[in-house]
Design a protein around this ligand. Structure first.
Ligand SMILES: *Cc1c(COP(=O)(O)O)cnc(C)c1O
Length: 685
């Protein structure tokens, strides 16, 4: 039993199989909480004797049988892509992965998306491995001081406390100027998928190289480039040392663009290819996803820095320094221009995509100069719209309803599957009761996380707003008209309450000002709550318990916005600007579109117009519909919208659909091209 428990603890499958999670909770509910839901830490703190004693209790034994059943079901199931034509492993590179609170190697949306990608890949049985970094310190936890300002608290990740295991006997090196940095490799098991994490904190390294993997998103370009060298170059070398012969590489954001350069080097070294040949073969297998809708969102590196850290390596690759720098320049040949990782990745990849249809169009405009002379409409940047991993984000109680009415494999059905009609047969009273329970659970968590006094009412319309507090997301849009907001909140018959959560980037002072503004509001209005330390646990409670999910960014700046998908899949109704995913998902039966002023160059005008539009929607449509009840107190029309939202979002905005799209449009064609090119006899043979 103890060995099996360890096996469950080191497999992140538990993060999307509630019955395995239930086993850990049953072992010791208090400890489960105090370890912040970390099964590895839980087992080590209980000790072998403690575990054995706990396992004598009936409810633990029952939970154990339940966990064991789903564990074996999962691995006995024959997933759809297990036998698919995937001639070689696909390697997925990302600087962050948001898989679970107990593995704090992520900061926000990009990382959670990468985590969801791996989980869905495991469900589908695709041959994919992933590469990232093991940070010694996680992203800072958020706390709030007496003046309402955010500050960050950093804690240390210790390998022994995390669901990671060192890969013994594997160490690789990556170039750092004239030196080499040694890299150890850890493995995380995400169901069927292995995630390899690179770590430079080794005694063999001098101090300034040991701390490369200290923390996520260091601001200094020098430290950032070092991390990107470890990820891109070290990552490919680690895969080879592990015996993984991947030819298709998926770069999640430009941070890992150096993986394409290392690929060129290895092809030249092992197959005696010319630079041009190697570039073509490497390129055939490079898939690049750009996430940022603004040019400033990329990394930029001065030529001096690039020379210092990569000069000797580039001569090994056999690419001239100027040519390398030009890969990342808007205007190749301009020596003053820095290297932009997005331009470099676009020029090295065969397939480049944005993360929603609208963001694809925004990206074509933004990066068109990578293809000088091509009209914007022909710029070869497509889109694969993001999706979220439904078994992770859909509440078990909602999953149970969907399982009963739509089918036990509701999360694994195609959008066109006729069984989805049955979602409309779920009795309104049942769905409303389940939603009420999820809302109650959210309020319980808000007891722990609320920064301010609260006066929450289970029957009041509850708006959730949870995301990074970057200024463009305008968490404070509703504060533009305090009188009108107060009227909504304090309405005696039809009150509205708002739950806010989100962190500003540690260096983002305007973002921190917005946090302070919301905290100040919450200190005055008991129906406004600021919940601190937005993380995966809080995000899950918020998207599952809110009646309405509010998203009001400046249009064109939200590339995707996955939290709205999480809410929509749980029956939360979106009220959102037509940006990112909502631009393609919105239909009146699913939620509301905030009219966009979108002059774009006059933000002050847009903010006023969009705040006005938002208030109008809330006052005239959202609040009245929510309080329109039948004799049993159920808002029938609202519940119908909940069902439509669940159906549409679960089928179309699932990570499952996203991974299948990547497979069909990029991974499989890429693998075929690489294979064909490899077989050409003249090319190194
Ligand atoms: C889903 C998620 C995000 C991304 O949300 P957006 O809507 O893209 O802002 C960020 N952080 C956490 C913890 C999440 O779960």
């Amino acid at each position: 039993m103890v060995d099996e428990l360890k096996q469950f603890a080191y497999d992140l499958l538990w993060t999307w199989q509630p019955r395995i999670e239930a086993l850990f909770r049953a072992l010791d509910p208090e400890l489960w909480k105090s370890t912040r839901e970390n099964p590895v830490l839980l087992l080590s703190q209980l000790g072998e004797d403690g575990v054995k004693r706990a396992c004598e209790r009936d409810e633990v034994r029952q939970a154990f049988e339940g966990a064991r059943a789903v564990y074996h079901d999962y691995y006995d199931r024959h997933p759809r892509f297990m036998d698919a034509q995937a001639p070689m492993a696909i390697a997925y590179f990302s600087l962050e992965f948001g898989l679970s609170e107990c593995l704090p190697i992520y900061s926000g949306g990009l990382g959670v998306l990468a985590g969801d990608h791996l989980k869905a890949t495991s469900d589908l049985g695709l041959p994919l491995v992933a590469v990232g970094l093991l940070y010694k310190q996680g992203f800072g936890r958020q706390d709030i001081d007496a003046g309402g300002r955010q500050f960050e608290v950093y804690s240390e990740n210790r390998g022994a406390d995390l669901p990671v295991r060192k890969v013994e006997g594997v160490e690789v090196e990556a170039p750092m100027g004239t030196r080499n940095v040694r890299i150890a490799v850890w493995r995380v098991q995400v169901g069927r998928v292995s995630l390899f994490l690179l770590d430079t904190d080794l005694e063999a390294n001098p101090q300034d190289l040991r701390n490369i993997t200290d923390r996520l998103y260091v601001p200094e370009p020098d430290r950032r480039l070092r991390q990107e060298i470890v990820l891109g170059i070290g990552g490919v070398r680690a895969l080879r040392a592990l015996g993984i012969d991947s030819g298709v590489f998926h770069l999640n954001e430009g941070h890992s663009f150096l993986c394409a350069i290392e690929r060129i080097r290895e092809l030249r070294a092992s197959r005696q290819m010319t630079l041009e040949e190697a570039r073509l073969v490497a390129r055939a297998g490079i898939v690049f996803t750009t996430h940022t809708p603004i040019a400033a969102g990329s990394d930029y590196f001065d030529s001096g820095l690039v020379w210092d850290l990569l000069g000797p390596y580039l001569s090994q690759v056999g690419i001239s320094f100027d040519r390398f720098m030009d890969l990342g320049r808007q205007r190749p040949g301009d020596p003053r221009e820095r290297l932009c990782t997005t331009y470099a990745a676009l020029r090295l990849a065969d397939q480049s995509v944005g993360v929603s249809r609208l963001h694809g169009a925004v990206s074509r405009r933004l990066w068109k100069d990578a293809w000088r002379g091509l009209p914007e409409t022909q710029v070869p940047i497509g889109s694969v719209t993001n999706g979220v991993h439904m078994p992770t984000w859909v509440a078990p109680e909602i999953a149970e309803l969907l399982g009963r009415f739509v089918g036990p494999d509701w999360w694994d059905l195609d959008p066109t599957d006729g069984r989805w009609h049955a979602v409309h047969e779920i009795p309104a009273a049942d769905l409303w009761a389940v939603h009420g329970e999820l809302k109650r659970r959210l309020f319980v968590l808000s007891d722990e996380r609320a920064e301010t006094p609260r006066e929450l009412d289970l029957n009041a319309l509850t708006i959730g707003f949870g995301r990074r507090f970057a200024p463009y997301k305008r968490a404070n849009l509703l504060l533009r008209d305090r009188a009108r907001l107060t009227k909504l909140l304090r309405n005696a018959k039809r009150p509205v309450q708002i739950l806010f959560a989100g962190k500003a980037h540690p260096a983002d002072q305007p973002g921190k000002d917005i946090v302070a503004g919301i905290v100040a509001l919450a200190r005055e209005e008991p129906r406004v709550v600021f919940m601190k330390d937005y993380d995966i646990t809080l995000a899950r409670h918020l998207v599952q318990g809110a009646d309405v999910w509010l998203n009001n960014p400046r249009r064109f700046l939200e590339a995707s916005g996955t939290s709205g998908m999480k809410a929509g899949a749980n029956g939360g109704l979106n009220v959102s600007v037509l940006d990112g995913w909502w631009d393609e998902a919105y239909r009146p039966e699913l939620g509301w579109a905030i009219p966009s002023g979108a002059t774009l160059d006059r933000q002050e005008v847009d903010d006023v117009a969009e705040a006005e539009g938002l208030f109008r929607l809330l006052e005239r449509e959202v609040v009245p519909l929510f309080y329109d009840r039948d004799e049993a107190g159920i808002p029938r029309r609202w519940v119908e919208m909940m069902k439509a939202s669940m159906r549409n979002v679960v089928t179309q905005f699932a990570a499952r659909r996203m991974v299948i799209d990547y497979f069909n449009t990029a991974y499989a064609p890429g693998a075929r091209r690489v294979e064909q090119l490899r077989l050409l006899p003249d090319w190194g043979g």
